[in-house]
Design a protein. Sequence first.
Length: 188
Amino acid sequence: MENKNNATLRLFVAVEMPAEVVVRILAVQQYLKERNVFEGTYTTPAGMHVTLKFLGEVNVTSVAQINGALTEIYHSRLQAKLGPLDVFIARGRITIIYMRLICHDMEKLANKIDMALAPQFAQETRPFVSHITIARVKSVASDKKLLGVLYGITIEPTIFTLHEFVLKESVLTPEGSMYTDVARYPLL
């Protein structure tokens, strides 16, 4: 029998996208599917969020301490706007297609979370990029063609308010990640 004290959860902190934003992202995904410019998987509506801090595998006994630290964070609601599409490149190839989220205070919130969890988790060293992953790319026949399609898409400047951030659990399955809310924290 497995000792419960050795059990782990794969955790991260994020802001979720409201329904009207998810609808816009789904339309962009449909447009990309119709163009057939890459092989890969599309983010499901449940996965449309901005990750503020990835915690990784965390012992279940640490969840209460994480929750306590996150509960102490006070931050105003976030005004955000959808931005252009872009890509992340790893080892010389396109791996992620994402939509920028334009929000001047998003990085401030991410920094507050990073600082609050600093005693338990290493602080982030990479620059914060406020983005929503819309697809994971397995292969591309032509980078130029893919980028031409991506950069040719005009994103309507949908402006919206984010009212909370969430501690989430991610369970990896053959069908993709499954997400469960652990706790929610209001933005005031």
